[in-house]
Each structure stands twice: as C-alpha cells, then as structure tokens.
Ligand binder design. Sequence first.
Ligand code: 2AM
Length: 482
Amino acid sequence: MPQADIGLIGLAVMGQNLVLNMNDHGFTVAVFNRTVSKVDDFLTGGAKGTNIIGAHSIEEFVAALKHPRRVMLLVKAGQPVDAFIEKVIPHLEAGDIIIDGGNSNYNDTIRRCEYVESRGLLYIGTGVSGGEEGARHGPSIMPGGSPDAWQHVKDIFQAVAAKADGAPCCDWVGENGAGHYVKMTHNGIEYGDMQLICEAYSLMKAVGMTPAEMSEAFAEWNTGELDSYLIEITRDILAARDPETGQAMVDVILDTAGQKGTGKWTGISALEMGMPLTLIGEAVFARCLSALKDERVAASEKLRGPKRTFKGDRAKFVEDIRQALYASKIISYAQGFMLLRAAAAEYGWNLNYGGIALMWRGGCIIRSQFLGRIKDAYSKKTQPTNLLLVPYFRSAVRKAQSAWRRVVVQAVRLGVPVPAFSSALAFYDGYRSERLPANLLQAQRDYFGAHTYERTDKPRGEFFHTDWTGTGGDTTASTYTA
Ligand code: 2AM
C-alpha cells in the first residue's frame, strides 16, 4: 500500500526543509533527488527518526505515493523542471498532480500547465517564499495552475504555510501561471522595499549618523507603521560588527548588488503591459548602477556635485525620512497591485487580491503589518481601483506628503541619489494630475510622424492631424502602414 501523502523531488536545503516541515505536520513524504546519494544522506542526517520515505529511483518514488499522486519539484528553475516533468509523466495516471515549487518564470508555467493538462494530468506552479528558514517553519505559498488540483493540496499547503493572525499565508491564486506571476511580483516589491531602505540608510549616512545610531532609528521604526521583516533585519545588520576588523559590518561590505532576475522579469512584464511600475524599475536599475563599481570609482574623481553638508535638525530629518519611506512604500504597493490587475486582464486570471495580500502578510521577505492594511482594503465589498484611493492610504500619504517632499529636496541639495523616493513622488504627482504634458507630446508626434491626436473639445476616438509645416498635406500615419 502506498504510504506517502506527497512526494518531493529536489533535496537542496529548501527542499529538505519543506519536507521536514510537512513531516512535522503529520504528512508522510517520499523524497527523491537527481544525485541519489543525497537521499541517503538526508535519511541518515536531517531526516533521521522521521517518517520520510527515501526513494532511489523514479519508479520507487511514484510507487510510494497515495492517489491522486502529488509530485512536487523543488529543483533548479529552467530546463531541470522540464526534464523531471518528462521523467515522471510516464509513471503517472489521469488526475495525478505535478507541482513546481521553484522560482520558475510564469511564461514557462503557463506552457507547462497546458502541456501537463494535455497529458490528462493536473499542474500547479507555486511560489514559495521565505528562504530556508521559511521553508522549515512556515513559508508563504502562492499556488496557481489547474483549478481542480487545489482541493488535493490545500490541506498540506495550508498546514505548512506561515500563519498571520491565525490565517494561513497560502490560498489559491488563479489559473496556469498566476501563482508564479504573483511570486514574481512579490520579488519585485521586495526589490522596491529594499531599495527604499537603502535610500533611507544613504541619507542617514549623508547627515553623519553612525551605523549604531541608524540601527536605533530602525529599531524605533519597527515599532510603528513600518513594522516589517526587512526593517527588523536592517536594524540587526546595522548593529553588527565585523569580527575581523571591529568595524561596522555594513562598512566592510562592497557596494555592488547582485540579482537573480525576478525583479527584472517584473519590470519587463510591466513594460509589456504598459503599467508604470516606476519604483520597482528604479530599484532594479539601482542594482545595475551599483554593479558598475569600477566605472563609478573612476567617475567619482571627475564628476563634481554639491558639498554634503547638512545644517538642519537631524532628529527631525530622520522622522521626515521615515515618513518619506512610508509614503513611497504605499506608492510601490499601489503600483504592484496595478500590475497584478493588468496581468489578470491580460491572462484571464481571476485574482483574489485580498488573498494575495494575506499570503504576503507572513512567511515571506516582504511580510509586514502594512500588508494587513492592504488585505483589509481588498476585503471590502467594493474593490478599490487603486490602493491610493482607499481612505486609509489616501490619508497616510496626505499626512506624510510634506516630509516626503522635504526629503527629496534635501537629497537633491546634498547630491544623494534617491531614485525610489523621488520616482515615487513623481508618480504620485503624475497620477493625481488631471492634465499631463502629453498634449505637447502628441503634437510632437503629429508634427514629425503625422501620428494624429485627439482634441479636448471633441469626443474621444476622433483623431485629427495638423499640417504643421504647410508641406505635409492631409496624409496621416494611419493612412499608410509604416
Ligand atoms: P542535485 O542534488 O543532483 O544537484 C537544487 O539545485 C536542486 O535542483 C537539487 O536537488 C539539484 O539536484 C537539482 N538540479 C540542479 N540541476 C539539475 C538538473 N540539470 N537536472 C535535474 N536536477 C537538477
């Protein structure tokens, strides 16, 4: 008789920890790994004394699974996922479920979902966030794919997921690639949150604060509306000392950021969908700029800026930075949810926005009190078209606005780059503008390319062309295909 409730392939640390987490919650898990020796290493190591079943071949692995079989992959994203799908399919039967828990691109998940369904099976692509710790003690889990599969994994996933205010940080996201899309957007927002914190740090540094003083400021911030995992770890990071040199740890770390690509994917998707995801875009570009270390070092000797002398009240400025960070964060999440709405329309997903906020509320890197507010906003009967219009956020931005503007002005004066703070403010001012200068832009397009324009005094959808130079005649860009 097959014993296992679920099988997991891929015994790297995330995989091992998720298996141990499932075991703790009373589920029997079968495990397999490409390098088979790792199965035995796990059984005699971390999994010793558990009910975990080790398999030494795909056949043995599948034979251990109860029906419908649930096969979860936690292998390297990309080709290895396709390879394992091909390996397991011949051993599965109609109604069995393949689950990809890796960091797959949502386009791959859409393709795989269609393929696996065409073979009579069910597919789930799920985001799992929270790193190794999260996998062990409660990650945020964002599943999407074949809707019929959800009922068969719900109990396991919700049991092992993090809990926020008692509710599991796991719910059904939507069809085919929706789970991985939401996970990608989570990572993009994470890029934005981290960049905002880095800009706050950079301003604190510019006004002469020591890392220890900064750590105290972050500790205080963490007791209020900014209460979140990332603020908390920043507090600890700034307090840490390098055992080798005795200096603050942050001061000995090279200022070049790495990235694995999910922020970039979020930006690409936003560009494809025509959504102004400016803050996350700036966060990705800030990492790119940081990576040009040698060029920056050379340029720093040649390109001059203002002297970094701050004359104001430092404590007041720190409070201004806190408010600028909060307001910018609201913009970033408003933009993130704008992207999700556009993606839902593009891909035909019926996204549950309150559920998404709840999934991000605990377990994952962007977990925060703040996400509880977003969940509340989407739990109302009428869904907001934009988070910025929800009374709570509208008033929070109104309250923080003066401080936010002061910070951006001060940063410009000091010559401290704050692309996320300032682009968030530019977005806010743009979004609340009844009229933007795009009238001039349309005129320019019409002037050089006869692209036509609509008029303020005529119904939308009627297009006009002006012969700006007296030599163009009536020909417009829509008259011919160029
Ligand atoms: P391994 O232990 O045999 O290297 C994370 O790297 C997980 O993905 C590991 O379980 C790893 O298996 C697996 N993995 C990495 N590359 C793979 C590939 N090309 N094919 C199958 N599994 C792979």
